[in-house]
Design a protein around this ligand. Sequence first.
Ligand SMILES: [Zn+2]
Ligand SMILES: [Zn+2]
Length: 423
Amino acid sequence: MDIKAIRGMNDILPREAARWRLVEDTARRIFSLYGFSELRPPVMERTELFLRGIGDDTDVVEKQMYTFTDKGGDSVTLRPEATACVLRSVIEHGLLNADPVQKLYSIGPMFRYERPQKGRYRQFHQINAERLGEDGPFADAETLALAYDLASAVLGRDALLMEVNSLGCKACRPGFKGALEEFLASKQDVLCGDCMRRMHTNPLRVLDCKVESCRQAVQGAPSMEAYLCDACRGHFDGVLKGLHVFGVRFERNPRLVRGLDYYTRTTFEITAVGLGSQNAVAGGGRYDDLLSILGGPPVGGIGFAFGMERLIMLMGEVQDRVSGCFVVAQADPAVELAALGLIAELRAAGIPAEAAFGRSFKAQMRRADRAGYPLCAIIGEEELASGTLTVRDMQSASQAKITRSGVIQEITSMLAENKGERA
Ligand SMILES: [Zn+2]
Ligand SMILES: [Zn+2]
């Protein structure tokens, strides 16, 4: 068979799944510490949602969406991000009527038609948070602290850099944009083609351009901070104070922007700093107009997204520890039936159990070893006749005889001991 997976879409194989589960479990634990609930939107939405919710002059919408016409003639799109989907769901189900504060998270695959490269795939995964209905600076600080806690729990605090900025609001950003446009006009000869276009449509995105000549050119660009109105300045001060209280280590970065117009005030990014290279693992910010753009009430929000592939790439090996007992039986129908009964009893007691009958004793032991079981219960004619079992510790190779009737208790305590030794 030579049918392969689609380029940029990956299988997560059993040997990698432990890391994925660890990240997901960590995220769920931390979200619940902060009072966030899970919302699971579908992976496909009407194309219109993303045109409105992301903006049609962005790279994502212009070049990267998996959009097609379904059999009913509707234009549908595999979600390239989660925020628009979550907000669509909040509006559709009137969640804000039931509770004017919504703290939501979602975890799952996103789809973008990009050139695949290391760490970037066409199906990728995000951990997403959206917090709606609270405008104060401490809601922002707490949301940033959540993201920081999550990143710390997976990668360790020392590997992280959190950068924070304020993008101002409708009242004060136009002044900054004007000054920035004027500045960029004086740098026309060195800006890349994209930036030449963007400097008029969306000058903030030039600050974010990765092209070296553009990065050089914006060195002396005006900074948003000087243009913040009193309300935005007060809000930003509150955010920074809150971050101190939460123990978040951060730096202010006046160059940090989000490309989309609906982002307001607080914006942030978390990068993993290691061996000279920097990797953005999460980013987010406040969006006070997005809900109304999507047809919802004029309620503000703040959110963030983690790229799971990045987190997993950076977190190093995680051993998938198998617990439980492999049952090895002598090749004899009566013995094998007794062994089946033993397996059922172990599982009923919550102890993982497995067997591979119909092979030689040696081959069964090899399976037990390969699967990583700490214990092996051996049953043969002699054990069957005397109502006993031989239990082998796979690590030390020491064996002990136990009574068949006390098996659950014995194996439970041996597994607990084994766990204690390894921990
Ligand atoms: Zn403002
Ligand atoms: Zn550029």
